[in-house]
Design a protein around this ligand. Structure first.
Ligand code: ANZ
Ligand code: ZN
Length: 872
């Protein structure tokens, strides 16, 4: 048996069948053991799994298998994030129904995942496009609506004229639709919103409690929420405003710079701008021009700063003699603060660009440290750092913080037009979440439009509002709008003919609660609160950094919203978060490499002559240039197909290589040589275990151990302790490195011979522990080895071995040797060696014998574990 080559293909299929037949990974909610929930971000069923998935799921599976062995009741489910645009694009391009396309992809990808040997509870699988799932999502929506967490409002949206859909800000890249590439337009639409802003402060504060999240993710969320403390300040008009307002209210975070005010700015969407535009064609044209920039902050930030003087004037709140002009300016957003600002060009770059363009004053009021107030001037760059206030009357000499406080106090105490001139305000960048999408392949929003009753929620007992199957994609836009009958329904309130809402939900809604659904996936409510509370939060969530902001923030909001409607009782869904690095690969291009067509690793052959690598096309022998290492992507053709790899080398090899080569948070470079190295290791382990099985018998009672046997046992238990620690902290590559070393140690021991019972025991133990340690990473090989070692039962169901702590202490000590009171050298002995044994060993030493010159010592004193004194 030991000489037989390990045939991963047969072995892996066999063990997968056994696990499946025995329901080894089906999790029972009533199991009394401590619970552990490990989850990888579920995939979008695009058609095939890619190496990024393999890496992600291999990591999650190691955690799941390790925790199971540690005695936890582990939940490790899998599902599909299955709604979204690609299915509709496929429908349009290939005349296939989005539903068929999606479910066919799921079937294919499920098989791909199954050959990876993941310890998943497939009985809990669902796709977000399953009617059962989106029914419960509609139920949640209605509960949120009733709880005041959902509302409708008119909103300016990014409209993609080719895909005929609203785009989120993140989907607009350089003013164009991310998918279609079309120039994005602005439209006003009535949209559905989730009130995530109700939780701005809570979402921000609770970041501090997420101590098992990467710092960078917490920081990204913090910046996204964007809390800022500032003042609302009311400036009195000295010319009549067209809206009849007496004051212009602005929001500022820098009231300390008030004396540097140069002009006022209004958003193009400010009511005063709109009113003025009615009679001012130039302004009207300018406002329309602004609309074309897009709604994203990024686009606005990038655009050249432009504006128009309205002719209106306001009074400076701290100095009656100063009058400030009011401009409409393109860089001011209506939905932040009050949609109006005072501008201080010396200390704000946007204001400075604007002031330089229109020749407005630039007066510095914050003096950099060590600068001379008499000569300090602003050039092309605003001064935004810390300094001391100057040119500012009563604030002169103050720090920025003190000045902010002083202005606030002063203005709060003044009353104009019946209200304080300033009030303190906290602002958040975080906007409410617009979830309306004008698409077919999403969860229908379960509301009805009635001419008499307005917007009416669908009745719970009428759920689901099911997507119609008979649709066509002949024209762009939303097929639900065009469907001849689907829209027609009756009003749940008055019973008259009414129309269904045709918007569907943003697919981020689907992924904001799937982790809760997995805890009781067939429940006829969104969740079973007991199951959700028992399992959640997810102990270890693993996924890509690209979801660091939106998906995680929305899920955190959803958990709070679900708590509010009683679906569960907690706030934070993910206790531990891990973001894994990407899988990269060399790139290859035909010809000299500059503009040659990309070619895939499978199409080329690489030769290595004295360390110089060169590549040619397998088909034609054409030369190929080897390029840089990049994230695997279809566009650069530098992908390898997981199924090909698994069929060639086996799942264990692919998993092992993925886990071995670099720390899991870093990028890993996929190389053929690397995979082959892993494959050779698999073979080596198999031979090693075969040898052990042949040369040693089952372990009985522990015999007395020689130094060599004790040494190997020490290595075994030290490796076990270290690997356990590595797996606890997701240090997979470290665990792998230790296992490599351990295999070398076992190999050496085998080579030295295992004829004595103590060596046989130690080697057998080492082989068993090795098998158990590698089981989370290479589960098929481990099962096979376990069986070869004559073990009963599945290793997947076997407890993690216990570390014998006594074997962790180093079992030798090094003692200094003094001869006649002077240190002459050292001796290394067993820690528990007897005094007589140490004495005898000391007398054997060369340097001791030289001093004694053949005589016996007058005296020899051994202080155990401390020192040896020889009196010559
Ligand atoms: C005067 C000032 C002076 C400002 C200065 C900055 C520097 P954060 O920190 O992001 O909250 N602002 C206020 N409302 C705005 C809007 N609707 N659109 C664009 N800009 C707006 O930013 C707050 C600062 O952004 C505010 O403080 C305001 O400019 C500007 F030396 O007021 B500041
Ligand atoms: Zn009605």
């Amino acid at each position: 048996m030991a000489t037989e080559r390990y045939n991963a293909r047969d072995v892996e299929a066999r063990w997968q069948k056994t696990w499946n037949d025995k329901n080894v990974f089906v999790t029972n909610n009533d199991d009394p053991r401590e619970k552990y929930y490990v989850l990888e971000m579920f995939p979008y069923p695009s058609g095939r799994i890619h190496m990024g998935h393999v890496r992600n799921y291999a990591m999650g599976d190691v955690v799941a298998r390790y925790k199971r062995a540690k005695g936890f009741n582990v939940l490790h489910p899998m599902g599909w994030d299955a709604f979204g645009m690609p299915a509709e694009n496929a429908a349009m391009q290939n005349k296939v129904h989005p539903k068929d396309w999606t479910y066919e992809n799921i079937a294919f990808m499920r098989d791909q995942l199954k050959i990876m040997g993941l310890s998943l509870d497939w009985s809990r699988e669902f796709a977000t496009c399953d009617v059962e799932y989106y029914t419960q999502q509609q139920r949640l929506f209605l509960q949120f609506l009733e709880a005041g967490l959902v509302y409708r409002k008119n909103a300016k949206v990014n409209w993609d004229p080719v895909d005929m859909t609203v785009l989120a800000n993140e989907q607009v890249i350089d003013g164009r639709g991310w998918r279609s590439g079309a120039l994005v337009e602005q439209r006003e639409l009535t949209q559905w919103f989730f009130k995530i802003s109700d939780y701005s402060e809570d979402l921000l504060e609770a970041l501090d409690t997420l101590d098992r999240w990467p710092d960078k993710v917490r920081l990204m969320q913090k910046n996204w929420i964007g809390r800022s403390e500032g003042l609302r300040v009311r400036f009195e008009f000295t010319t009549p405003a067209p809206t009849g307002d007496k004051v212009l209210e602005i929001f500022t975070t820098r009231p300390d710079t008030l004396f540097g005010a140069s002009f006022m700015g209004l958003s193009p969407d400010h009511p005063i701008s709109a009113k003025l535009a009615e009679t001012n064609p130039e302004l009207k044209a300018f406002i329309e021009e602004c609309r074309r920039i897009g709604t994203s902050e990024e686009a606005i930030e990038k655009a050249e700063k432009k504006g128009i003087d309205t002719g209106l004037r306001v009074k400076h709140p701290l100095d009656d003699s100063i009058e400030l002009p009011v401009y409409v300016a393109n860089f001011i957003l209506m939905d932040y603060g009050t949609g109006a600002i005072f501008a201080c060009p010396a200390h704000d770059q946007r204001d400075l660009d604007f002031a330089r363009k229109y020749g407005l004053p630039v007066k510095p009021v914050v003096l950099p440290k060590d600068a001379d107030p008499a000569t300090f001037e602003i050039g092309d760059e605003a001064f935004t750092d810390d300094g001391a206030i100057f040119n500012s009357g009563f604030m002169d000499g103050m720090s920025i913080a003190d000045a902010k406080e002083a202005v606030a106090k002063k203005l709060e105490a003044i009353t104009i037009d019946g209200a304080p001139q300033a009030t303190r305000q906290v602002n958040y960048r975080l906007r409410d979440w617009g979830i309306s999408r004008q698409r077919y392949w999403g969860c229908p929003i379960p509301v009805i439009h009635c001419d008499d009753c307005g917007v009416v929620p669908e009745k719970d007992e009428n759920l689901p509002v099911q997507l119609p199957d008979d649709i066509n994609f002949d024209k762009p836009g939303n097929p639900l709008d065009r469907h001849p009958t689907w829209r027609n329904t009756t009003c749940p309130k008055c019973g008259k003919a009414a129309r269904r809402e045709t918007d569907t939900m943003d697919t981020f809604v689907d992924s904001s609660w799937y982790f809760a659904r997995f805890t009781e996936p067939r429940c006829d409510r969104p969740t079973d609160p007991k199951a959700a509370n028992d399992w959640l939060p997810v102990d270890q969530y693993i996924g890509g950094i690209e979801h660091a902001i939106l998906h995680l923030l929305y899920s955190r909001f959803f958990t709070r919203a679900m708590q509010k409607v009683g679906a569960l009782d907690l706030k934070e869904p993910f206790k531990g978060l891990f973001t894994q690095g990407m899988v990269t690969h060399e790139t290859y291009r035909l010809g000299d490499g500059a503009n040659g067509q990309w070619v895939s690793p499978a199409e080329i052959k690489i030769e290595d002559v004295d360390g110089t690598r060169s590549a040619t096309m397998i088909s034609s022998g054409e030369p190929v240039t080897i390029g840089s290492i990049e994230k695997m992507s279809k566009s650069k053709k530098n992908t390898v197909d997981p199924t090909d790899i698994i069929e060639t080398y086996g799942a264990d090899t692919a998993r092992w290589f993925m886990l071995s080569d670099s720390p899991p948070e870093r990028d890993v470079i996929w190389t053929e040589e690397g995979v082959q190295g892993s494959w050779r290791f698999v073979q080596r382990v198999w031979r090693l275990i075969g040898d052990i099985a042949e040369k040693t018998g089952p372990r009985g009672a522990a015999p007395a151990f020689s130094d060599a046997a004790a040494g190997l046992r020490g290595a075994t238990h030290k490796t076990l302790a270290a690997v356990s620690k590595d797996l606890e902290s997701l240090g997979f590559n470290r665990a792998v490195a230790r296992i490599y070393e351990f295999v070398n140690q076992i190999g050496k021991a085998l080579h030295d011979g295992v004829d004595s019972p103590d060596m046989a025991y130690a080697v057998r133990e080492a082989g068993e522990y090795l098998t158990q340690m590698m089981a989370p990473m290479m589960p098929h090989l481990a099962e096979e080895c376990w069986q070869a070692l004559g073990q009963k039962g599945l290793i997947s169901e076997t407890a993690w071995p216990a570390v014998d702590e006594s074997l962790l202490v180093d079992d030798t000590v090094t003692l200094p040797i003094q001869i006649n009171g002077k240190k002459r050298g050292e001796i290394t002995v067993q820690r528990d060696a007897s005094k007589e044994a140490v004495e005898a060993a000391t007398l054997q030493l060369d340097f001791v014998q030289r001093v004694l010159e053949g005589r016996a010592p007058r005296k020899i004193i051994v202080v155990p574990q401390r020192i040896v004194n020889v009196v010559a």
